[in-house]
Design a protein around this ligand. Sequence first.
Ligand SMILES: *Cc1c(COP(=O)(O)O)cnc(C)c1O
Length: 457
Amino acid sequence: MESVQQTISRVSQELGCSPTSLSVAEHLDRHDELRLLRQEFLVPKISDLPLSDLSLVDGSEDCVYFAGNSLGLQPKNTRKYIDEELEKWAKIGVHGHLKGSRPWAWAEDTLEELMAKIVGAKPEEVALMNGLTVNLHLLMLSFYKPTPKRYKILLEERAFPSDHYAVESQIGLRGLDVTDSMLVVAPRQGEDTIRTEDLAALIEREGDSIALVMLSGVQYYTGQLFDMEAITRAGHAKGCLVGFDCAHAVGNAELKLHDWDVDFACWCSYKYVNSGAGGLAGAYIHEKHAHSVKPTLTGWWGHDLKTRFLMNNEMDLQPGVNGFRLSNQPILLVCPLQASLEIFNRTSMKALRRKSVLLTGYLEHLIKHYYSKDPSEPSRPWVHIITPSDPEQRGCQLSLCFSCPIRAVFQELEKRGVACDMREPDVLRVAPVPLYNSFTDVHRFMSALGSALNARH
Ligand SMILES: *Cc1c(COP(=O)(O)O)cnc(C)c1O
């Protein structure tokens, strides 16, 4: 297959223009079979963004939205679906539980199949419920069963704070010592990301004392995509259970949770899955655990639907992850998730990934072209990309580490209608999302970055 470099050179030769020309981006957009999916989303206009400066840019243009790793854009059908449910509530009240296209009593059921496709699981291995951290806790309550010999949880250094706290508190809940029970894996000295071989070696060395391997699928800070299949295999070889927080992986990387034999996983749906802030989260438990791993905490929604409403207080627990349900579903959160999953269903993670590799590769190409370190010009700012350059080891996000303080650059980007994410002192996280971002967006981002770097101070 043609590499990203080769594609860019071929296109620029065909067009007879420079590889950095806007024409290349426009050509790639014209040949993007997924380009129409952008029309299914509401893209904010620059003039509506709170920090844009209309003396610098045309406010009527769409912003450059590279923040889908934080909060995905709103699918256009969201409002329609929510309106339908509000209307139903107004008109028929409690009867809405059983009537309409989304009977509230089992509204989420129709979505599990769509969600399962995105994470590579069987529908009965997936539940849509709660928030991400809640699900992580519920899963660890059942999957973390420390014994005197096997009691550690392996996680990555600088894991997302919520995951770190969840692991800490789960260890504390068992009366164990956190420093002794939390095994943290870090990149090698002078490196930015964790090598799979180092992870495997650590698991091999310490595996007998590890109860749980609990990593992210895509690391939120570095953008590294872990080799979940290899890690799961290494963990299982040493008798560990293996779970992943797929918050940044779902809708971004191709996942095969079932085939990889991952024991459990959880994710939120408001990042690449566009369900809106605080949207309905997901949980997965491999079917092999359906009858052996039981929920520690139960509620009426874990009861088999057929007999749930007999209200006889005799639990008829659903097998697997469905038994972990506690409460009835928030229908207003089901609506935006449905709107988004239907868009995913018009394509495939395979096709999205194909575009994503080219889109992010194009961004990487331009950043390297303009901002590689040049020893002959020491005062010129340069950018070091922390995220692995191997497409197999990343999703769509690039984490850019600047040679200059980032706050002023970030503010100048915001004035120019770019939405992305800053981590002080020097990292900018940018995520061109294949579902709605274009190659032209990448090109516009680069122009804005050039002008922001000139304007800072
Ligand atoms: C976004 C994110 C969270 C957020 O947790 P919520 O419970 O949804 O607030 C947690 N963990 C990771 C890895 C995340 O990326």
